[in-house]
Design a protein around this ligand. Structure first.
Ligand SMILES: O=P(O)(O)OC[C@H]1O[C@H](O[C@H]2O[C@H](CO)[C@@H](O)[C@H](O)[C@H]2O)[C@H](O)[C@@H](O)[C@@H]1O
Ligand SMILES: O=c1ccn([C@@H]2O[C@H](COP(=O)(O)OP(=O)(O)O)[C@@H](O)[C@H]2O)c(=O)[nH]1
Length: 461
């Protein structure tokens, strides 16, 4: 059997609890199945190091070999903070207003992709299957091919691909898309992303569509398809009953026996729609005062990309909104919002999800959103909570039995939250059962297998 080589910016030991971020969680689960090599950034930034250079480290965790490369400060800042999270992340999440098109970033982005390719190339065996992940590493296959790599190489984009006219705002858009043609298979989260890819390559580079999923351009053929990422449903449900999950459940259940719990869990990121959500909650208290002294919003917003000004600004905005709502509505023995700016261990989250009456997963744009799926997996089928889900999350293409909302519509979202709080048991059970079936039929094992089977079936160019 061929060895699987996964390449991603974030690498984390599958046997340890991953930090916040769905990619590391999902790849850890996918790699543990058959083992392989996980290659990427070590997480270490070397002050004063040489651009384009980085020490390599290897360690083993069960059947997975983890090989990582350090980055010097200059490379990290231009590749990770600058081009990946200052240009690609905002544009791909439709936020041209937040993009910082500094011409200096692209050099670091290319340099780090070249460095990663150079370090990976000698580790490869001829029949390895290479699976590259996410926007940090779009040119990775082109760099490997330039070094003579003939292996099958697949790519998976974890974030949305915007429509052509938004994508075209990136000064290097054509180069990025040309780089994608060095892969054999491009995986997207949602059907809408595939449609955007197809219309971009048709309109902007005159690609020939060989069929619905195959495109020829730049002298190469590539296949593009949606493979919605999932979670390990049984593993996550089991965490609900493990010690940390159970402790959390019992503690919170006691506290919320006479109150209603609304829950939000995410990285503190502008794509997640946090200020809009808090405003909707405020609207709920204003329009449905029976929720005062009862409905409490626990908002976990774990620190993310704090070196970027847009993230620091968002934190201030959110803290001021939470402070204002607590000041206006709070009582000595009840605060409407509990805002936590820390990462909560993934082992404790299932217990919290299970106590929640309503999960608020209302991003303005999201590639998938694994929290939505984790919430469903953690529910008690006899008395499940309700998922309020943004129609702009990739997960909305699958999770049709959630209460779908437009997060920009603060009033409409408040109405849906009230509907969720009032939903009769029988309807909650029916929706939950259907949602559970959906996340089970397309779980993380399905995702890995379907993607890798499709990559293996691609005609090598
Ligand atoms: O690595 P960070 O900069 O700390 O950010 C964390 C991850 O955020 C993004 O996650 C995406 O992948 C999830 C799993 O497919 C998906 O559910 C979610 O919608 C995406 O936002 C990012 O794409 C990852 O590369 C980051 O590691
Ligand atoms: O305090 C936190 C916040 C989030 N998460 C985890 O981080 C992942 C977030 O993934 P998602 O796809 O929802 O969004 P991303 O952060 O990748 O954009 C999920 O597995 C969460 O359980 C966590 O462990 N602790």
């Amino acid at each position: 059997m061929s060895r699987l080589v996964v390449v991603s910016n974030r690498v984390s030991d599958p046997r340890k609890s991953a930090g916040a971020g769905g990619l590391a969680v999902a790849l850890g689960e996918a790699l543990s199945a058959n083992g392989g090599l996980w290659f990427g950034w070590s997480g270490t930034i070397v002050e004063g190091g040489t651009p384009g250079e980085g020490e390599m480290h290897t360690h083993h965790s069960g059947n997975v070999t983890l090989t990582t490369v350090d980055l010097c400060r200059e490379d990290h800042d231009s590749y990770y903070l600058g081009y990946s999270n200052g240009v690609l992340w905002p544009v791909f999440h439709y936020r041209l207003d937040l993009a910082d098109f500094d011409a200096g970033y692209i050099g670091g982005y290319r340099r780090v992709n070249q460095l990663m390719a150079r370090k990976l190339m000698p580790l490869l065996k001829p029949d390895d299957i290479i699976w590259v992940h996410d926007y940090h590493l779009i040119p990775m296959a082109a760099e490997l091919r330039a070094m003579g790599c003939k292996n099958r190489i697949g790519f998976f984009l974890h974030i949305p691909l915007p429509p052509p006219l938004i994508l075209a705002a990136v000064p290097q858009h054509e180069w990025l898309i040309r780089s994608l043609f060095a892969y054999d298979l491009i995986g997207f989260q949602a059907q809408s992303d595939v449609e955007h890819f197809s219309s971009y390559v048709g309109k902007e580079v005159g690609a020939e569509a060989l069929d619905k999923h195959q495109f020829r351009a730049f002298g190469r053929k590539v296949q593009a398809q949606a493979f919605p990422i999932g979670i390990d449903v049984d593993e996550f449900a089991a965490l609900t009953h493990a010690k940390e999950g159970r402790d959390m459940y019992e503690r919170m259940k006691k506290e919320f026996s006479r109150r209603r719990l609304l829950l939000g869990v995410e990285r503190l990121d502008y794509s997640k729609g946090l200020p809009q959500r808090v405003r909707s909650f405020r609207e709920l208290l204003k329009n449905y005062p029976e929720n005062i002294r009862s409905a409490t919003l626990i908002q976990i917003a774990s620190p993310s990309r704090e070196a970027l000004d847009t993230y620091a600004g968002l934190r201030q905005e959110l803290e001021s909104l939470c402070g204002a709502i607590n000041g206006d509505y709070g009582e000595l023995d009840w605060m409407p919002v509990r805002y936590i700016h820390r990462n909560v261990s993934r082992k404790r989250l299932p217990g919290l999800y299970r106590v929640a009456d309503v999960a608020l997963v209302t991003p303005l744009r999201d590639g998938m959103n694994l929290v939505a799926k984790e919430f469903i997996a953690a529910q008690d089928p006899a008395d499940p909570g309700v998922l309020v889900l943004s129609r702009f999350a990739g997960a909305a293409e699958q999770l049709k039995e959630a209460l779908l909302v437009n997060p920009y519509d603060v009033h409409g979202t408040a109405e849906s939250i009230q509907l969720a709080l009032q939903m009769p048991l029988i309807e909650r059970q029916r929706r939950h059962q259907q949602l559970l079936e959906r996340i089970r039929s397309q779980d993380v094992h399905w995702w890995r297998k379907t993607y890798l089977d499709a990559l293996a079936a691609c005609d090598p160019e």
